[in-house]
Design a protein around this ligand. Structure first.
Ligand code: IDP
Ligand code: MG
Length: 148
């Protein structure tokens, strides 16, 4: 069992894809334990993308991520990090496989619709950035015994 921080990025919110992405997470069998809409500010963008602050594309990335609201989701399940990464598709939509969010719906790396933590360590850090303890729900589902 592990956790991933998923972001439905501003382009996906604007393109009316909140429901589609949440549905795909639920249909896969992963459990949503935290969910909120917010607008990222520069400080949160710099913390969330701390590994990228010195990259040439960081200003573009920060501008995009703060341009409009996003939806943050805490997702839990067996192999949640790896499963979310494969559901998202590769970073550059040009290479992303059909059937993935980026492969089916995105064209450029700058607007690739979705974020998912790339490791369990990153997930823990990212979830703490976006959610306080009281915003996360610890619950079990009857259906879980039929999923993993
Ligand atoms: P990931 O989102 O698949 O984990 P990362 O390499 O961690 O990909 O990059 C974080 C985000 O930065 C990407 O999802 C994308 O939105 C943005 N990004 C990465 N490379 C570029 C680029 O070359 N130009 C513009 N934006 C980029
Ligand atoms: Mg990343």
């Amino acid at each position: 069992m592990n956790k991933s921080l998923v972001l439905i990025k501003p382009d996906a919110v604007q393109r009316l894809m909140i429901g589609k992405i949440i549905s795909s997470i639920e249909e896969k069998g992963l459990k949503i334990t935290g969910l909120k809409m917010l607008r990222m500010n520069d400080d949160l963008a710099s913390k969330h993308y701390s590994a990228h602050v010195d990259k040439p594309f960081f200003e573009e990335l920060k501008g995009f991520m703060t341009s409009s609201p996003l939806v943050a989701i805490c997702v839990e399940g067996t192999n949640a990090v790896t499963i979310m990464r494969s559901m998202m598709g590769t970073t550059n939509p040009v290479e992303a496989a059909p059937g993935t969010v980026r492969g089916d719906f995105a064209i450029t790396v700058g607007m690739n619709l979705i974020h998912g933590s790339d490791s369990t360590e990153a997930a823990e850090k990212e979830i703490n950035l976006f959610f306080s303890k009281s915003e996360l729900s610890d619950y079990s589902r009857e259906i879980d015994k039929w999923i993993s």
